[in-house]
Design a protein. Sequence first.
Length: 607
Amino acid sequence: MPLEAVGDAALRGLSTSVSQLVERAFLGLMQNSKEGVAILRSKFCIGFERYVSTTLSKCTNVKTLVSSNNPVTLERAYEPANLAIKGGANIHVDQFLDNLEEIHSRSLITATLGAGKSFTMKYIYSVLARSEILNRIPIFVELRYIDFSSETLVSYIKDQLQIHNSFSTERSVLAGLKAGIFSLILDGFDEVQLKHRPTAQKQILKISNDFPDCIIVISSRPDSDRFLSWHAFTEYNVQPLSLPQMNSMIRRIEYDEGDKRIFLQRVESGLWKTHEKLLSNPLLASMMLLTFREFQDIPSKMHVFYGTAFDVLFRRHDTIKPDYHREFRTSLELDDFKKVFMTFCFSSFVDKKFSFNESSFQKYANLSFEYETISSDSPHFKHDLISNICIMQQEGDLISFIHRSFQEYFTAMFLSKRSISESYQFIDSIINDAPEMGGGCVRMMIDIDSEEFERKYFIKRLELLNSESDDIKTDKDKIKFLSSRYIVGKIEEDDGNFYLTPWRASNKSDKGNFHLIQAVGDIYGMPQYNVFDRSKDGWWTKLKKEHRELKHLTIVNSDEITLQAARQAGLINYANELIGASKRLSRKLAERHEKKRRLLSSSLRKH
């Protein structure tokens, strides 16, 4: 049921429920007081009612990155999440709440940055506070506000209740815990200062052990080493949004309706398929919406989104939480942290290392610190990446990127922004060794700074392509010019159409050029080859007999493709078009860069 649809009727029943709970917990205290039972019952009831009402208002009016200036209702900002025990089935948060008392009375809700754990905790509080029958008084605590060096969890709860009832004492809080009239909703264990977490843990576990009739729900970022010892607690992980959930969340956001409609159209037409891990995170989905509004073109401006998203992950998420600044173990400023992370991503990416064990992570981290001449250490760097920025994650012994496109982005940034003598070799290796892997990175580099890509790599690579084309003597040479190997055959046994195309992943010793054109050619207007455009030309009748009889796809060397089939399939004409386009593009880029050089030289002469 929507939060706004609950409410008034439930709040009218609050007095009756609170009165019964107060009498159950505090009758002994009230009988021994000079004030008398009736007066104290009234004061306790009014105090708890005011506390619940005030806290409910705080929990149901929130600020987000989209609405950072004005609060919005929780219902507009939060898409109710699915939760899951590791290896178990998903349950909706409402199902979790239905069985809170019987099954989930000791629960730990974990999630990485932006997955919505704080909103989930506020939602849990809101549902409990609006229950028609209040079995327990919900207490909402943001743990970051407790100074565990001078106060305790119990004393902090007492202080919060005392605002609304001057008769609240630590003794009364303990009496309420003993009677089991409280549900403690403790948000953000990971936001407790590092040095105070052992103390906070000890206090929480003591309350859990001493007062078994209370409900305790805690949220945190994952910390398997710590939470492994919390034997009484079951850990539930906030699950990524499904496409319908993400759609529902975006539609409810108070934002320009036209922008939302166009954004969702782009998501459903392909963006979800390529960026599900990002869009399934509420924070990053919201950031994509903001980026989309500014540029109106997410795919062609992806590097801007990734840069913005990293800044958000580093610091902006905490700016909507007052009086709290996340504690970084590396103590690095944003620009220095980005330098180190950029080098970490580049050095691992060129080694085709996309996930790490402790040893390999340390290797690349230490290399990055040394390269950037920045002092820090690998464990602190890993902690900040996983627990603070949450751009990486750890499952067992495996450390990986939350989305590998971040590794591609920072590799592209490194190649764009750094002047290194081996730039050409690195870019060529990325394109050649694994074109499917490197295509996104190279396109990102072009998107970041096409002039740098051209200066460091593309102009020279076109010169080599043109030099190779100058050596072509026959049409058979043109087949090999495109690629040293080809894909040929049927996609399916019953398919009447044959397939013949240059294979991007050619031999390392003799690659050909088709992989380069497929990787970046369309960006520069170079002609593309699509075999399906030739499906009615009957070119396959000119293939070798063993190729005509194929019932599947296979890879063959270029010299096995007959000249008649290559001509009729359009490969020779395509090679001619490509050679001409390459020479024109080479001249165009050379002239453009020379013009820019002269313009700068002219400006310098004036001074």
